[in-house]
Design a protein around this ligand. Structure first.
Ligand SMILES: [Zn+2]
Ligand SMILES: [Zn+2]
Length: 86
């Protein structure tokens, strides 16, 4: 069975998202991110920012990044949110 990827239109055997599009890539260094090792904006700034707006991406337009690809300022915020949750 061949599926057409909804993202890139390539035919593949995986489903409506091909292997390429399903694998996460860091938006800053463009290397693959292991499952569960990706950091999203909500893990840094929380679900909602100070003005009550829902954040969907980092200030530079990145969606998913490595922990080590966070800026020092973002890393501080990330550690703080992790602390608050535990
Ligand atoms: Zn695809
Ligand atoms: Zn990265």
């Amino acid at each position: 069975m061949n599926w057409e990827c909804v993202n890139c239109g390539q035919y593949n055997s995986l489903g409506d998202c091909c292997e390429n599009c399903a694998s996460q890539e860091c938006d800053r260094c463009h290397k693959p991110i292991e499952l569960d090792e990706d950091i999203g904006v909500e893990q840094v700034y929380g679900e909602i920012d100070n003005f009550g707006a829902h954040l969907h991406e980092f200030y530079d337009g990145a969606w998913r990044v490595h922990l080590e690809c966070l800026t020092p300022a973002e890393k501080i915020l990330y550690d703080k949110i992790e602390e608050d949750e535990s």
